[in-house]
Design a protein around this ligand. Structure first.
Ligand code: CP3
Length: 354
């Protein structure tokens, strides 16, 4: 069953009838039904930690739209939360940690969370959701890249300039490597647990890899994602599960990312998907890359821009349509419908001759 999904076939660059589509943050605040459940249940992490609620929210966008994949409703910060840093989401303020990680002692004190007792709620949500949808839609599990997760642990919150963690990078690189190593160990076990619970593909979100200086990306972000990929690729129970790596603003590293053994690379809108395909399309599939702001435009303009992404990728498999980053809360779901209708109507002509 798993291998017949259009999304999984495209990840493997096998022929499909139509370009598959899903999008980042598809279960989120732009949906009135998400806002309603959030109002009722309360805190964001409380929703993530309740497997029935997390399953219900994961399914919300599937009920509205014809999507080719679901992504489990959770967050990349579940790992540092499980390491005991005290995570809170204040309304409209993003994540805050009660404790930061800045010294050798802080890093040494961090436990590797137990995937059952500390993070079992995520596996349980995956299990419930996979059970619900396994006959029609594949489920994506995910984690953050060690670098991206570390930015929140060191800064204590979202950051613009990353000055505290970059200070650590330049003044005590060994300490940062020790922290990244711990997050990597936890993340590899975490994705393994999600796959064992039923995730059909996994994605690593490196939202802030693009904020690194060129050589620093190759030392502090990519090698740790590589380690997670290698871990999954060497275990019999996870080796066949496709892995998607997404470094926001990582266009200059596509050749490096393609060498990791991932099945697909997520790209943002700053990359020309035609050029990306000619650079790495013989090695990996590409996922992306509509600018989410296109969805603020009127329907004719949305149709034009969606067609433009499909045209630029061109004929053949290996493309998963997505946004270049998460959908924002201001988007009207009707505009998402326009995007999806356009993909369903326009993309079969790119595949019919396969
Ligand atoms: O894509 C999906 O539908 C699956 C769920 C998902 C969420 N977060 C739910 C969420 C995924 C894949 C993530 C990943 C995530 N979380 C990333 C990487 C992707 C990216 O956007 O770059 C990052 C950096 C985080 C950390 C995080 N979580 C931040 C910075 C915030 C606050 C910013 C914001 O959008 O408010 C969150 C909160 C969050 N994660 C929400 C959702 C639906 C909003 C929570 C709410 O209801 O208030």
């Amino acid at each position: 069953m798993q291998s017949s999904f259009r999304f999984i076939k495209a990840l493997k660059r096998q022929p499909v009838d139509c370009t598959p589509v899903w999008f980042m943050r598809q279960a989120g605040r732009y949906l009135p039904e998400y806002r309603a459940i959030r109002e009722k249940v309360g805190g964001f992490m409380g929703m993530c930690k309740n497997p029935e609620i997390a399953c219900q929210i994961t399914l919300q966008p599937l009920k509205r739209f014809s999507l080719d994949a679901a992504i489990i409703f959770s967050d990349i910060l579940t790992i540092p939360d499980a390491m005991g840093l005290g995570l809170h989401f204040k309304t409209n303020e993003g994540p805050h940690f009660e404790r930061t990680v800045r010294t050798k002692q802080d890093v040494e004190n961090l436990p590797i969370p137990d995937m059952q007792s500390d993070l079992g709620y995520v596996s349980e949500a995956v299990r419930l959701t996979a059970h619900e949808i396994q006959h029609h839609t594949p489920l994506i599990g995910f984690c953050g890249s060690p670098w991206t997760v570390a930015t929140y642990m060191v800064e204590g919150k979202s950051s613009k300039h990353f000055s505290t963690i970059k200070n650590m990078l330049y003044s005590d690189p060994k300490l940062l490597h020790a922290l990244l190593k711990k997050i990597t160990t936890a993340s590899a076990l975490y994705l393994e647990a999600q796959i064992q619970a039923g995730a059909n593909a996994v994605m690593i979100f490196d939202s802030w890899g693009g904020a690194l200086e060129y050589n620093s990306y190759l030392q502090f972000s990519l090698p740790y994602m590589q380690e997670i990929v290698t871990h999954l690729k060497t275990k019999p129970s996870t080796k066949d599960t496709p892995i998607i790596l997404f470094t926001k603003n990582g266009g200059q590293y596509l050749e490096h990312i393609a060498q990791t053994g991932c099945a697909a690379i997520g790209i943002d809108w700053t990359v020309d998907i035609a050029q990306a395909r000619s650079r790495v399309g013989h090695l990996v599939a590409l996922q992306g890359n509509l600018d989410p702001c296109v969805l603020t435009a009127n329907p004719e303009n949305i149709v034009r821009e969606v067609k433009s992404v499909l045209d630029r990728y061109g004929k053949g498999s290996g493309h998963i349509f997505n946004l270049g980053h998460g959908i924002t809360p201001d988007i009207n779901p009707d505009n998402v419908q326009v995007m999806i209708d356009t993909i369903k109507q326009y993309s079969p002509s790119f595949h019919s001759k396969e």
